[in-house]
Design a protein. Sequence first.
Length: 238
Amino acid sequence: MDVRPHPHIGLATVTYLFDGRVMHRDSEGNTLEITPGAMNLMTAGRGIAHSERSPQSARLGHDGLFGIQSWIALPQIYEEIDPSFQHFDAGELPVIEDGGIWARVIAGSAFGQNSPVGMLSDWLYAEVVLEAGASAPLDPNHEERAIYVVEGEVDIAGETFEAPRLLIFRPGDRITVRATQRARLMFLGGTALEGPRYIWWNFVSSRRERIEQAKEEWKSGRFTPVPGETEFIPLPET
C-alpha cells in the first residue's frame, strides 16, 4: 500500500485494521504504525496532509491487509479546529465477551462500556463478532445508526443480509441482529448533522467556498508538508 501525501479538511478519519499494518505520517509530525484492533482518529479540521503506506517490514513477506476507514463530518463549530491525531492500542479499548458475542468499543459507548477516545460530537463505533446463532442489540439512543456487515451473514427482523453490506436504520427502532453464520460487523451511530455537507475529493465543508479555497491551497503547495515525504497526490483536474 502506497497512498502518497494528500490533504483533508473539515472531517475526521478513523482507520481500523483487522489484519496487516499501515504506516501513518502526517503534516503535524505524527508518525505511527497502525496495527489490528487499534483506534486511529485523525481530525483534519482546518487542514492536514498525510500518507498511508505499508511499513518496510510488511513488504518483505506475504502479509495481508484488511481494514476499514470511516469518515466523520465535524460539527460546524469545529470544522476549522486545529488538526490532531489520537491513537489507542487495541489493549486500551474495552472488549466485551458474552457467550457467542465479542465486541471492541472503538469510540463512544456500547454494551455498557466506554471508549477512552476523545470526540467532538456524540458518535459510536464498535467492532462486533457474532458466532452462528448469537444475537446483539443495536442501541436505539443514537439519532443515526447503521451496521456494516464486513464478513458473514446476519438476520434482522426476518430478513437476511450477506457481507459486504451497509444497513441504515430509522431513528428509535429497536434493532437486534442475529448471525446466521459467523459474522464480523461494525456498529455505527451518532448525532445527525446540523445542516448539509459538501464533499469534493478529500475535502468536506458546510461551505462550498471553503472547498474551493482548500483546492487552491493544495494546488499551490500551501498545505504544511508531511515530514519525510517528497511525493504527493496532485489535485484532480475533474
